[in-house]
Design a protein. Sequence first.
Lengths: 238, 245
Amino acid sequence: MKRKILIVEDDTDVARIVEEGLRKSGFDVATAGSAEDALDMAEKERFDLFIIDIILPGKDGKAFLSDLRKMERYKTAPAIFLTALDDEVEKVIGLELGADDYVTKPFSVRELVARVKSIFRRIEMDTEGVNRRPKKIYAKDLEIDTEKYEVKVKGKKVNLTPLEFDLLCFLAENEGKVFSREVLLDRLWGYDYFIDTRTVDVHIRRLRTKIEEDPSKPKYILTVRGKGYKFSDPGKEG
Amino acid sequence: MKGDLAVFLKGPEGVLPLNERAREIGEKHLDRAVEVELPQGGKILIVPPDLFEELVFLVHDSRIVLSSIMGYAELLEMELEGSKRYLAHSIKREADFLKRLFDDVLLLEKIRNGMKKPTITEFGICELLEEIVDFLEPISRDREKNLSLECEDFEVRSDRDLIFRAVLNVVENALRHSKGDVSVKSGGGMIEVEDTGPALRKSDLGKGFGLEIARELISRIGGEVEVETREGGNTVRMNLKGMVV
């Protein structure tokens, strides 16, 4: 059965682009121009994921999500925020407000689709109970719990987006193996053509700022010049 | 109107606004004023419009449209096959180039207003240059030009993102406007980008724009950009010696 997504966005162009992009990727999509309309629609139909613009006429995206979560069936419904503010602070807030991910405008449709897929991948694994991954991966101060989707550094929980988590898991499960940017894009983003390899670099950098003590001198996620990236357990060296 | 000249009369009692724009901006921009002596005695002050302010205004508005163009091009790219798909991809890539220029203008505005402070880290220059060359590889392939990198590593303590954007601007400009190949070299606290012409002139506005952005970004973090123009090509040297660790 097709997954159903509701886009809450008042900008017609953005809404149309996102709608088309998701539809081409095999999802069922509906659009609401305001939080009020979206709440109405969410009551009448059941949606599997919400893409929400933070700035909306009337009630804003954050208020919408908290109203939505008050409904029994949407208590844990996944959500992605769209934001025009490229402020780091705003991004942190996005995750703290209970959205699973955020995308900054202007954004790439395929990047958004990749994030949506990443969220659904996680849900599928949960519901099917098929988790072929080892439960926990340890590497020095880093602890990855693939069942709870939790990452801890020195025992402290770190907030990762689903795609960041997938990327870290993929590298960590294949410790020591070098992956080119193209391969990572193909495996995690599902791109097949004319790829923008910088997407990978941007995510790697973000991941490093979250898990590395000194992101400019990474110990876990290493750059292999001219080749790509690999995961390393600094505890195993020397 | 924003783009109008502001005209003031300078008399013994001070400064008197003579037109609407002068009344609008008041006396706060008089440091940019040009003084003109009148033949019948007395002086007038003329304040030209702030071009950068105008540019930022334009960029803010155009960015929204540009993001729609990129989105629609990407949808086409998903839809089409083969060479048509490549055409759609090219629209997106060119729009993306413009978007990056716009982003740089907005970043520069934030830096000028003190809203953005540099984020200082230590990093190796070769990794940064490799990332740039990787990033521009599709453009060099598309234009059938060779983009080479000869990298002698040095560690820098600075704002990585600023340097990345500055160097990207310089290399991408060279790649887009050069007749032939482009080479990037580093060593001894310097980055050198060499192209094979045509020679840059002041009047080459489009070509110089990315370079101007690079120049200001680099100077904001204590570096220097120098351009050497000769028959058959240009060399842009970025001096980062003050940031080397």
